[in-house]
Every structure is written in structure tokens, then in C-alpha cells.
Design a protein around this ligand. Structure first.
Ligand SMILES: Nc1nc2c(c(=O)[nH]1)N[C@H]1C(S)=C(S)[C@@H](COP(=O)(O)OP(=O)(O)OC[C@H]3O[C@@H](n4cnc5c(=O)[nH]c(N)nc54)[C@H](O)[C@@H]3O)O[C@H]1N2
Ligand SMILES: Nc1nc2c(c(=O)[nH]1)N[C@H]1C(S)=C(S)[C@@H](COP(=O)(O)OP(=O)(O)OC[C@H]3O[C@@H](n4cnc5c(=O)[nH]c(N)nc54)[C@H](O)[C@@H]3O)O[C@H]1N2
Ligand code: SF4
Ligand SMILES: [Mo]
Length: 713
């Protein structure tokens, strides 16, 4: 059988063709007829088969007894989980149960539709997710400037003539907050039509190799660079807000702020010459169509919210927002922004974390606070944890502390199909079906795409009778969490939700969306069924200007100079006096095409080849430490120490070292046969749960101070 499906591993949503025989995958290749991905896939798509076939993958619930696991029935498992969580809440209050939602949540239709009700049923303020080790500053800035956390400006790379990239490596990551399948060809096309690609990154990346220009920047100093670029723009009269000027508040305030940051003042701190900064500004401002795009490298650092804000400010003051070839908003078939009741606009500071007093955003606390909420005794201490589609021991800062904290929990449940570094601590694991076994429509990544497209892919394999989808698991737990008194009603609601299922809920969302057929049975326009009839997906056209109408702020205004941001510039200024006059280096992250966060390392096809978890260091820094290429090194930070192999290369700037995340599979008690044979070390044994972006609470992964020496000395 031939199935047209969608790869759900990263944000690129590539169309795939899956050939099957009975319940076996024969092959996976790119779908040349997918109008968006045009046949492109990367090596990870084959990993979908490996996950499906993986003998280590759980298909039935398991209960832990000390170090051993026993399969149990679904109802028994659900009852036990509900009992465990309710017992903790009865004894210690609702907030004693915490929840962590990992990244694959947003890649699953079922999880996206059924997680919110489940989380509400927990009635806890201790909600965490991978957002705060990733893109939280982007959402916070969007909510403050444009009025909705999902009003994220997307770089219109298919039409731009000048792409300025800060802290993103789409040639490897395949694009983030920029769904752009086949992104390498799209980047090459910019240059082919006479445009320019400029990359600012402490490492000369795979994306830099495709660019016209690359400049090193000292980790964590992007906000300074952007202020100096703005200084040049304003100082040389290159500003041109254009059509949106009447909708903008705070332009003078931004001009005043930038006037304090001439390029000469920031050059030393950033590691870029003042002349280079001026040239960057002039080239950007004078290009016919230009867009500045900043991603993980600028959001996971100590000034993440400032940097994300300034990227938007630069686009706005040079007239690039909401213009073709600039930074635009999408009009997706399921409009999470415009449809009430889906995703809220994003509130901040309604409550604070117990120990450090960190503010919530959009109902979640920064995950860097999770370990301390578990290991700090006192009223309101977290004593039970739910993890769903996450591996925070490897993916959040100071993973060792979290790992120790997990040992002390009264109860833990994980919704996951692997016994990994995190879930091995659970008392019960509830495994959902794997990606090829479920229907897919991308609720999230169509919202973040460089073109408006829509696609529904039915499951390649129907689920085995004894397996459960993630949404079925979430739904079954939801009603059981109610106190026995509310059960009858909760059960009724749950069976209603079950009867609807993701397909009908999706149909409703498409029908009420911007291209939808409405609620009449025969209305013209999109429905789920009509999408299914076009298995390669439909193209709904390029991004279109939509401001100020689409703004969600009061009176539809753009807030250019939010007060908290203006104040935070004071903290940034202190960077200018910092000197690293010691032997420490600045640690940054790295991604690899054949690796996907922490969870695809159990595929032999993906982990084969050269070792990927290596520390990369500039030759000058290596020589100063008498270290050779290939040496075994010990890397130490305030919170921990790891050992790894050294690669000496001038692709990394002097003073910085680069290490990928998601490794560290040598922990005991996991069931990851292949990953265990390629363990690597976890960068998050070094990253610091005390180092956050002060404004957003996002983890500051980039710029961690470390020392490096030969192992065994
Ligand atoms: N192959 C693969 N693809 C993936 C993933 C994966 O694990 N593997 N993960 C997916 C996920 S969850 C995400 S969020 C996206 C992320 O996608 P991207 O945002 O493209 O993330 P990275 O590839 O980590 O690129 C971040 C870049 O920032 C640079 N950097 C570090 N510190 C700084 C700094 O202070 N300033 C500047 N200017 N640059 C800095 C790093 O050197 C790196 O090149 O990728 C997704 N795609
Ligand atoms: N130092 C450093 N740390 C980082 C980063 C970095 O660049 N540097 N990147 C950060 C980023 S961008 C992210 S997004 C996070 C990711 O952080 P996490 O989301 O915590 O980690 P993942 O490695 O994505 O783990 C996903 C888990 O979900 C399971 N899983 C996969 N598919 C499904 C599914 O359909 N349903 C369920 N229930 N489970 C599933 C997998 O088995 C795995 O256990 O890591 C962050 N951590
Ligand atoms: S780029 Fe690779 S991992 Fe991402 S969606 Fe496409 S095939 Fe899947
Ligand atoms: Mo991410």
C-alpha cells in the first residue's frame, strides 16, 4: 500500500510517501507532489520507521517495581495513576502535582487537542513545558508587541532579497518558527535571484556556508549588536516605518534608547568591528526587501527577550513588518490566533513560582525552576510529577539536579513510549501510539509557515486494538482526576470528547477557520474531508499583509517600547563592562541533521557514522590548553562536569566552545539499546538552572562559563 503522510519530527512538516506491506514499512521517501515540501526530506524521516519498528518502544503500560518493569492493563494503569495523583493532591494540595509537557506535544494533533483539558483537570499552578528552554521569549515579545503569543512574524524567505539571520541554523534544523521545508534550496534561491544572506553566529555553521557573509558574535551579545544597528539606522536617516507608522507606539523611546549604543561602544563586547556593524545596518536598511530573523541562539540566552524584541524593532523601523519579503503573519486554515477558545493571547505574572518567585507566562512557569520546586521542602512543595512527551533530565538546565529530585517524588507518571533518562523514574509509563499510527494535521506549524498551506494525513497504520493514542490516554486520565463526586459528569464529558475525537474536532476548527465551509453541511470551502481528498496538501498562497487588522492589542496598536524591556536595557549595559579575564570559555549549543533533541538516538541508521557529541574548540584556545584534536577532555561549569571528545576547528570563534544537546544516554535503568551504545554526554549537566533570561525566565543555555582540561589530569 502507498500512503501519503507528513513527517512530524521537526517543524518543516515534509510530505512523505510511505510504502507498506501489511503492518510493515517497506520504504519512506519524499512526496514530490506535496506543493510545500516538493519532495524534500532529510535523513530523520527514515527514523519514523525505526521508531515504529523499535523493539525498545513500549506499546503497553508498564509499572515499575524498584528497577524492574511489569506490563499492566490500561484500565488498571489509568486507575493507578489517578489514585497516585489524587492521593498527593488530597494530602498536600493541588499544586503538589506538577506537569511537564515536552516538544513532541506540538507535533501531535491528538495531544494538541486533548492536553489542555487534561492540564486543567490537574488544577495545578506548577505547569512546565519545553517552551521555557526554547522559544518563550518569542511568545512573550509577540504578546506584548502584537497582543497575541502566536502572532509571530515569519520571515518571508521566498520573496526576500536580504535575509539577516541571528542565532539560527536552518540548514541543519530545517527551520524553526519558520516552517520552510526544503529550506536549503530556498536559501540558495535568495542568492540566485541576486539577494544576500548574512549570518551572525559564534560558529561558522552549515547555514553560514550557504551565506554571502558570516560574522562571529560573542554569545549573548545580540541585543547590544541590534541596538548598535538601530543606532546606525536612526543616525544615518535610514529609518522608514512606512504604512504602519500610525499604528506604532514608542518609536521615539526606541530612537532614544538606540542613541546610547553607537557601534564603537558595543564592538568590543560583541566581537564585531564598528565598521562591520555599520555596514550590516546600511545593507539591511537599503535592501529592496529585507528581513531579520532570530531564533534559538537569541532566545536561549541571558538577554533572550531583549534580543527577540529588537529583531522585531529592526524589522519595524525599516518598514519590513507585514511586507512581502519581510516579516509577515500567516493566515492558516485553523487559525489559533483568530478563533476564540484555542490559544489565549498570553498573560504574564498572574502567579509566581514558590521558591524563586519566577512569574508564569501563558499559564506556565519556567522549567528551570522545576527541580527546586521538588527538592526544596516547605508548604506547596511538588511531590508528584506528570511528564508527557518530554525528557527534561536531558533537555533542561542542570539535569543532574532534576534527576536527583525525581528520586524523591511520591508519585510520577510519564506518557511516553520510551524508558529513557526521565521516564525511568516514573512509577507508571503510559505509551501512546507512534507517529505513523495516527492522523495528522499540523495545528501549530501551519501557523508558523512561510506559505499558507493545509494538509490532513490519515494514519499510515490503524492502531492495534491493545494500543492507545495520546489523546485517548489524556482523555481517560482527565475524568479520573475529578473527585469521585464529580465523576459521573466528568465521565460523560470524556465520552463525548472521545466520540468526537481529533477528526471531528479538527473538522470543526477548519470549518470555522478563514477558508472553512462554515457549519452548514454543504457550504463551499474547506472541511476535513475535503482536505483528505487532497492527500498531498493544498497551497493557500503566499503570506499576505494583514496589519493592523490582525493585531490583538487594545486599539490595534504595535507596542514598540514596552516598559519592562526598556528597563531591562540597564541590565544589558552591564555587559559592556564585563571582562572574562580568566581561563573560562563560553559554551554554546549545536544541532545535527541526524539527531532530534534527545529521542532519536535509538535508531541505528541515524546514529551511525562519526561521533556527534563532541566539543568543538578554536585552535588558539586548544593550543593555550595544550589540547589536541581528538583528546578526551573534561568540561566543568558551576553546576557539573562531563567528559567528551575534542574537535579542534576554526569554525568556532575564539573564546567559545560548542556541544550538542540531547545526549547523555549512559544513565542506568533506561531501555534504549542503540542509544546506550552511543551515549555521548549531556550538555545540560553543565547548563545552569540559576542562569535565566531575567525578563522571560527562559533558560540561558548559550554563554555558560566553562573550563576545559585534558581528562584524567
Ligand atoms: N536536525 C535537527 N533539527 C531540529 C532539531 C534537532 O534537534 N535536530 N530540533 C528542533 C527544535 S526543537 C528546534 S527549537 C529548532 C531550533 O532551530 P534553530 O533555531 O535553527 O537552532 P540551532 O540549530 O540550535 O541554531 C542555533 C544557532 O545559534 C547559535 N548561537 C548560539 N549562541 C548564540 C548567540 O548568543 N548569538 C547568536 N547570534 N547565535 C548563537 C548556534 O551556534 C547555532 O548555530 O530545531 C528543530 N530542528
Ligand atoms: N542545552 C540545550 N538544551 C536544550 C536545547 C538546546 O539547544 N540546548 N534545546 C531545547 C529545545 S529547543 C527543546 S524543544 C527541548 C526538547 O525537550 P523535551 O521535549 O523535554 O525533549 P525531547 O528530547 O524532545 O523528548 C521528547 C520525548 O517525547 C517522547 N515522544 C516522542 N513522540 C511522542 C509522542 O507522540 N507522544 C508522547 N507522549 N511522547 C513522545 C520521546 O520518547 C521523548 O522521551 O530541549 C531543549 N533543551
Ligand atoms: S526536515 Fe526531516 S525531520 Fe523535518 S519534517 Fe522534513 S523529513 Fe521530517
Ligand atoms: Mo525546540
Amino acid at each position: 500500500m502507498r500512503h501519503f503522510a507528513t513527517c512530524t519530527l521537526c517543524e518543516a512538516i515534509c510530505g512523505i510517501v510511505v510504502e507498506t506491506e501489511e503492518r510493515r514499512v517497506v520504504s519512506i521517501r519524499g512526496d514530490a507532489d506535496d506543493p510545500f515540501s516538493r519532495g524534500h526530506i532529510c535523513p530523520k524521516a527514515l527514523g519514523l520507521q525505526d521508531v515504529y519498528d523499535d523493539p525498545d518502544r513500549l506499546t503497553r503500560p508498564v509499572r515499575r517495581d524498584g528497577a524492574s518493569w511489569t506490563e499492566i492493563g490500561w484500565d488498571e494503569a489509568f486507575d493507578e495513576v489517578a489514585r497516585g495523583l489524587r492521593a498527593v493532591q488530597r494530602a498536600h494540595g493541588n499544586d503538589a502535582v506538577a506537569i511537564y509537557l515536552g516538544n513532541p506535544t506540538v507535533h501531535s494533533l491528538g495531544a494538541m487537542l486533548f492536553t489542555p483539558t487534561f492540564v486543567r483537570a490537574l488544577r495545578t499552578k506548577n505547569r512546565f513545558s519545553a517552551t521555557s528552554v526554547d522559544q518563550l521569549p518569542h511568545h512573550l515579545v509577540a504578546s506584548v508587541m502584537f497582543g497575541h503569543q502566536l502572532l509571530l512574524p515569519i520571515p518571508d524567505i521566498d520573496r526576500t532579497q536580504h535575509l539577516l539571520i541571528l542565532g539560527a541554523n536552518p540548514a541543519v534544523s530545517n527551520g524553526s518558527l519558520m516552517t520552510a521545508p526544503d529550506v536549503v534550496q530556498r536559501l540558495k534561491a535568495i542568492r540566485a535571484r541576486g539577494g544576500r544572506v548574512v549570518v551572525i553566529d559564534p560558529r561558522r555553521t552549515e547555514t553560514a556556508a550557504l551565506a554571502d557573509e558570516h560574522h562571529f558574535i560573542r554569545p549573548g551579545t545580540d541585543a547590544l549588536l541590534l541596538l548598535a544597528v538601530l543606532h546606525t539606522v536612526f543616525g544615518e536617516g535610514l529609518e522608514r516605518v512606512g504604512r504602519l507608522q500610525p499604528s506604532c507606539d514608542g518609536l521615539d523611546e526606541v530612537r532614544r534608547l538606540a542613541s546610547g549604543f553607537p557601534p564603537e561602544r558595543v564592538a568590543g563586547a560583541c566581537g564585531l568591528a564598528a565598521g562591520t556593524i555599520r555596514d550590516l545596518a546600511r545593507a539591511f536598511a537599503s535592501a529592496e526587501r529585507a528581513v531579520c530573523y532570530g531564533r534559538l541562539g537569541v532566545s536561549t540566552q541571558a538577554f533572550g527577550a531583549l534580543a527577540c524584541w529588537l529583531v522585531n524593532v529592526l524589522n519595524i523601523v525599516t518598514g519590513r513588518l507585514d511586507e512581502p519579503g519581510g516579516a509577515m503573519f500567516t493566515r492558516p486554515a485553523v487559525d489559533l490566533v483568530g478563533t476564540r477558545g484555542f490559544v489565549g493571547p498570553g498573560h504574564a505574572g498572574r502567579w509566581k513560582s514558590r521558591v524563586r518567585g519566577l512569574p508564569e507566562f501563558a499559564g506556565e512557569l519556567p522549567v528551570a525552576a522545576l527541580a527546586e520546586e521538588i527538592d526544596t521542602p516547605g508548604e506547596g512543595q511538588v511531590r508528584a510529577l506528570v511528564t508527557s512527551a518530554g525528557n527534561p533530565v536531558l533537555s533542561t538546565p542542570n539535569g543532574r539536579r532534576l534527576e536527583r529530585a525525581l528520586l524523591s517524588l511520591d508519585f510520577m507518571v510519564s506518557i511516553d513510549f520510551y524508558i529513557n533518562e526521565t521516564t525511568r523514574h516514573a512509577h507508571v509509563i503510559l505509551p501512546p501510539t507512534s507517529p505513523l499510527e495516527r492522523d495528522h494535521y499540523d495545528l501549530v506549524f501551519h501557523v508558523l509557515a512561510i506559505r499558507n498551506t493545509a494538509k490532513f494525513s490519515p494514519a499510515v497504520f490503524t492502531r492495534e486494538p491493545e494500543a492507545r493514542h495520546d489523546w485517548e490516554i489524556l482523555n481517560a486520565l482527565t475524568w479520573r482526576l475529578r473527585a469521585p463526586r464529580g465523576w459521573a459528569r466528568a465521565r460523560l464529558e470524556a465520552s463525548l470528547r472521545r466520540a468526537l475525537g481529533p477528526r471531528r474536532l479538527l473538522d470543526y476548527a477548519i470549518r470555522v477557520g478563514p477558508y472553512g465551509a462554515g457549519l452548514r453541511p454543504r457550504g463551499a470551502g474547506l472541511t476535513r474531508r475535503r482536505l483528505e481528498a487532497q492527500p498531498h496538501g493544498v497551497d493557500l498562497g503566499p503570506l499576505e499583509a494583514c496589519l493592523p487588522a490582525r493585531l490583538c492589542t487594545p486599539r490595534r496598536r504595535i507596542q514598540l517600547a514596552p516598559q519592562a524591556w526598556v528597563r531591562d536595557v540597564g541590565r544589558l549595559e552591564r555587559l559592556l563592562d564585563r571582562s572574562d579575564g580568566d581561563d573560562t570559555l563560553s559554551l554554546i549549543g549545536r544541532r545535527d541533521l541526524r539527531s532530534n533533541n534527545s529521542w532519536m538516538h535509538n535508531s541505528s541508521r541515524l546514529v551511525k557514522g562519526p561521533r556527534r557529541c563532541t566539543l568543538r574548540m578554536h585552535p588558539g584556545d586548544a593550543a593555550a590548553r595544550a589540547l589536541d584534536h581528538g583528546a578526551r577532555v573534561r568540561v566543568r561549569s558551576r553546576v557539573g562536569v562531563i567528559e567528551t571528545d575534542l574537535e579542534v576547528t576554526d569554525e568556532v570563534m575564539p573564546g567559545a566552545v560548542s556541544l550538542p544537546h540531547g545526549w547523555g544516554h549512559d544513565r542506568e535503568g533506561t531501555r534504549l539499546t542503540v542509544a546506550g551504545a552511543h551515549p555521548g554526554a549531556s550538555i545540560n549537566d553543565l547548563t545552569d538552572d540559576a542562569s535565566l533570561d531575567a525578563l522571560s525566565g527562559n533558560a540561558a543555555f548559550n554563554g555558560v562559563r566553562v573550563t576545559v582540561e585534558r581528562a584524567g589530569t
